[in-house]
Design a protein around this ligand. Structure first.
Ligand SMILES: *Cc1c(COP(=O)(O)O)cnc(C)c1O
Length: 491
């Protein structure tokens, strides 16, 4: 049986189920499956497969201890009738590049892919008596997608922490309107990194304290969230073959707007499973700690933090990079541990030149500041009548750059959210102004562009919202204790 291990200690082993239930390893490392390339995806059959079939083949490889029935049931429950496009992840042609639209799920950002499936996988892994308390730090989209995915799930209780001033109006409205007896959305005075750090602390400290409870994470550090994201890289490739853009086995390039390094890491997993990806392009915003890392080999988070127009990428500690360091060093857990210790104590580490050149053959990295993001939105809309959200737009400059360097290889830009989740920025980009409130701005944007707003974003403003009282990050742990006690009381 394949086992997951910690990125920091190969002796800490768990089956996939357990890795999904606990989220992070007890030593602070992330769970990885060694020998990812042992069982390549059967590309020969790709053309006959539905999104469902592709998901099944990918998950079978990444989560080997789930039975076929368990996987099939989970995938159906996660994706049937939940997405507003029959292809689930459609590829659109825009000028001479391609956009993979990942915003057709219930909350209109790509987080839905992982967060619709994660609760199903957890359900399959739980004993009848057991309860799970899920925690997530969010820069916006994880929060709404996690609440939507876990709401009403038996034996589960979900709490999301978001930075008080770090999310868009639509994101906040979504989080405060999706609620039920098992959901909590809590604002903290701090930024995403503060929230994520504290959530990791809480998970590490309390993991084994209570046996009838598991505390777990819904962040992309959970392998049950990452694995579903590998699927749409294959689905995109299939569409490019089907529409004649490429022949089977031709190479493609994916450009991925990046924050916590989850989405682009899923692309790297797809490559390890045999998808012909020539390069993965990591696109950042003005918080470009990753771009500097891929260019110099030095990861240094000691720098000013910017609030940008692409808030879901306002991150300085890209957690999933740790998994890449594991794979790129051929599983050198001692090195990963050493680097992560340095990051925790000094906020900085440097990799050796060997590793750096390995990274640079697989990845290219660059960034766009707010001005470049807005002008990308305007240019692509005016020239090609295609509307991008600011995160997607952060990748546009990189698309044009890699096209120049690789004129014969098709480039796919991952579109990570609907433009209507960030209506104010998009409208600003187009006409230099927006309305006072998010609802009328979205209506204006729709009448300006004639591009349809998703139905459930239209009705978002008619729904009652929960009261919101921001707390200090130091209070997060106590809040989690209280939620656990209430959960026991109501159980
Ligand atoms: C989360 C998110 C990102 C960043 O994805 P990572 O997996 O954290 O790199 C980019 N765009 C949007 C809209 C997001 O919600």
């Amino acid at each position: 049986m394949y086992k997951y291990i910690s990125t920091r200690n190969a002796n800490l082993k768990l089956p996939a189920r357990q890795a999904i239930l606990t989220g992070v390893s007890t030593d602070g490392g992330l769970f990885v499956l060694p020998n990812l390339d042992d069982q390549p995806f059967p590309l020969d059959y790709l053309m006959e497969q539905s999104y469902f079939d592709i998901a099944f083949q990918v998950l079978k490889r990444l989560l080997p201890d789930f039975s076929d029935i368990e996987l099939a049931t989970s995938i159906h429950q996660a994706y049937d009738h939940k997405f507003d496009n029959p292809q689930i992840a459609p590829v659109k042609k825009v000028d001479d590049f391609h956009v993979l639209e990942l915003f057709h799920g219930p909350t209109h950002a790509f987080k839905d892919f992982g967060l619709q499936l994660l609760p199903q996988l957890m359900q399959m892994s739980l004993d009848r008596q057991h309860r799970v308390i899920i925690l997530a730090a969010t820069s916006g989209d994880t929060g709404s997608a996690a609440l939507a995915g876990f709401k009403g799930q038996p034996q589960m209780n979900i709490t999301v922490f978001y930075p008080e001033h770090g999310v868009s109006s639509v994101q906040k409205q979504q989080m405060l309107t999706i609620y039920g007896p098992n959901t909590h959305a809590i604002a903290i005075r701090g930024n995403f990194d503060d929230a994520q750090h504290e959530v990791k602390q809480i998970l590490n400290n309390q993991q084994s304290a209570n046996t009838s409870y598991t505390l777990s994470s819904a962040n992309s550090i959970n392998i049950g969230r990452l694995a579903p994201q590998v699927v749409y890289y294959f689905a995109a490739y299939q569409q490019l073959v089907a529409n004649g853009t490429i022949q089977m086995n031709d190479s493609v390039i994916f450009t991925v707007p990046t924050g916590n390094f989850g989405d682009v890491l899923a692309g790297y997993y797809a490559k390890k499973l045999g998808l012909p990806i020539q390069k993965l392009v990591v696109a950042c915003n003005a918080n470009h700690v990753l771009a500097d890392f891929f260019n110099t080999g030095i990861y240094d988070r000691n720098r000013p933090f910017f609030k940008t127009v692409a808030p879901s990428m306002d991150i300085q500690i890209a957690s999933n990079l740790e998994r890449l360091l594991y794979y790129i060093s051929d599983g050198d857990t001692a090195m990963v541990k050493d680097l992560m210790d340095q990051l925790a104590t000094t906020g900085r580490y440097q990799i050796n030149t060997d590793l750096l050149s390995k990274l640079q053959t697989e990845f290219t990295c660059g960034f766009s500041d707010d001005t470049q993001i807005k002008s990308a939105i305007k240019e692509v809309y005016e020239k090609y009548n295609y509307l991008m959200d600011p995160h997607t737009a952060s990748g546009y400059r990189m698309v044009r750059q890699v096209q120049k360097e690789n004129p014969d290889i098709p480039v796919v830009l991952l579109s990570t959210a609907s433009p209507y989740k960030f209506g104010a920025t998009v409208t600003d980009a187009l006409i230099g102004e927006h309305r006072d409130n998010a609802q009328s701005t979205n209506n204006l944007l729709q009448s300006l562009t004639n591009i349809k707003m998703p139905q459930n974003l239209m009705t978002l403003w008619d729904q009652p919202i929960q009261p919101m009282h921001p707390i200090d990050k130091d209070a997060m742990s106590a809040v989690v204790q209280k939620i656990m006690q209430e959960d026991i009381a109501h159980d």
